[in-house]
Design a binder for this molecule. Structure first.
Ligand SMILES: Cc1cc2nc3c(=O)[nH]c(=O)nc-3n(C[C@H](O)[C@H](O)[C@H](O)COP(=O)(O)OP(=O)(O)OC[C@H]3O[C@@H](n4cnc5c(N)ncnc54)[C@H](O)[C@@H]3O)c2cc1C
Length: 378
């Protein structure tokens, strides 16, 4: 089986690897460098807490692959299962956390509830005013710079062709195959996998499939390096989005943070997302609630990245509704880093066997067309 994978972010590179491992002949076409889209900009959170419940089977599949990544890919991609703590500062946050923990348990996610005394004893310096916290001990983080190039390199070793800096000129369906002409030549295959991230809706539209997707950029920052003391990834349960911050300390000592700032809008041409310095002071106030000592530290860089947010905040994954041989995996709506290895493995399973053991129905591209068809019947 031949497959063209269009878009070399985490989704495309992981799919290329798992497809090649299943014996498919793969051409991965990326118009820039592998991993240089939303993936490299990611905060690196490998978090299951708070996910839409229907995403948990895919998130579990992905977490176990993150755990094998170093061995599987032959290099350290800095996955560390340090745990993910979410601090709680009010009764609404506590009620939301308990309701989520109960709902998530049958889906295989166990959250521990920590008291203020346990937070102080186990995680000194975090959230002195917190009234409780949730802890997901097996989650953690990975390095967003390393993972997509590692998958692409491992795919290449299995025989996949990795084509970078290739401007795609046309994508056509001819008979039973796809023909993609690019600045680096023409490629033909019986299957086409659309992993073009925020640009994925454009590819889908060429095949008559409209997806409501906005390109936006979460705002991120990083401090100077400090002695390494904060082990888990830190977030918050809150209904107030002005306080929805998160942070983690990388092993080199820098504290990376994000959240609590409205996402910047991004023009898909050329797709460069820029952090807005005006949003930084309010963002830092929210981060300081989680870690007061951040007020003493210098910020050395801010950035953003172009991510595709689908209207219902769920990705588009699965078969095309219009075109045999076409598959989609895009629009990961700000939480695709954790899902990446699982999404690549699931897409490879679906493409090569025609079925997938992980339920993907909630992510089908048909969900938008079902809604429009029902609306037009009313
Ligand atoms: C600032 C930021 C922080 C984030 N933090 C987290 C986090 O902590 N945890 C989490 O789970 N998720 C996080 N995310 C989301 C996560 O990073 C993304 O969901 C994930 O990386 C998406 O991967 P992708 O492969 O779909 O997209 P991308 O990485 O954007 O890759 C798509 C690729 O397709 C290429 N492309 C587009 N059109 C074409 C074309 N026509 N021809 C060829 N190539 C094309 C692009 O150049 C790009 O390289 C964050 C995102 C951002 C932006």
């Amino acid at each position: 089986m031949d497959v063209i994978v269009l878009g070399g972010g985490l989704m495309g590179s992981a799919s290329a690897y798992f497809l090649a491992r299943r014996g498919a002949r793969v051409s991965l076409i990326e118009r820039n460098l592998v991993g240089s889209g939303a993936t490299v900009a990611s905060f690196g959170n490998i978090r299951r807490t708070g996910r839409h419940l229907a995403q948990l089977p895919l998130a579990h599949r992905s977490l176990s692959l993150w755990g094998e990544a170093d061995k599987m890919l032959g290099r350290d991609v800095e996955f560390r299962a340090t745990g993910h703590i979410r601090l709680i500062f009010d009764e609404d946050g506590l009620a939301d956390m308990r309701a989520y923990a109960e709902a998530a348990r049958p889906w295989g996610l166990e959250l521990e509830e920590l008291t203020p005394r346990e937070i102080r004893a186990r995680f000194p310096g975090l959230g002195p005013d917190a009234i409780a916290a949730s802890l997901s001990p097996y989650d953690g983080s990975g390095n967003p710079r390393l993972i997509a190039p590692a998958f692409a390199e491992a795919a290449r070793k299995l025989g996949a062709e990795i084509i970078e800096d290739a401007e795609v000129e046309t994508i056509r369906r001819t008979g039973s195959s796809f023909l993609v002409t690019t600045s680096k030549g023409t490629f033909a295959a019986e299957c086409l996998l659309n992993t073009a991230g925020a640009w994925g809706a454009r590819i889908a539209a060429q095949f008559g499939e409209a997806v409501p997707l906005d390109a936006r950029g979460p705002q991120m920052g990083v401090t100077e390096p400090l002695p390494h003391r904060i082990l888990p990834v830190v977030g918050i349960w809150t209904r107030d989005k002005n306080y929805g911050a998160y942070l983690r300390q990388v092993e080199r000592g820098n504290i990376v943070f994000g959240g609590a700032a409205e996402r910047v809008s991004v023009d898909l041409d050329p797709g460069h997302a820029a952090a807005d310095p005006m949003r930084l002071p309010a963002q830092l106030r929210a981060v300081a609630r989680l870690l007061p000592s951040i007020a003493q530290v210098a910020i050395i860089r801010t950035w953003s990245g172009c991510e595709g947010y689908v209207r219902d905040m769920l990705p588009v994954m699965g078969r095309s509704g219009t075109t045999p041989g076409l598959f989609h995996a895009f629009g990961f709506s700000g939480h695709g880093f954790q899902l990446g290895p699982g999404a690549g493995d699931a897409m490879a399973e679906l493409i090569t066997t025609g079925r997938c053991e992980t339920p993907l129905d909630d992510f089908s591209i048909d969900r938008f067309h079902r809604v429009s068809a029902n609306q037009s019947k009313k």
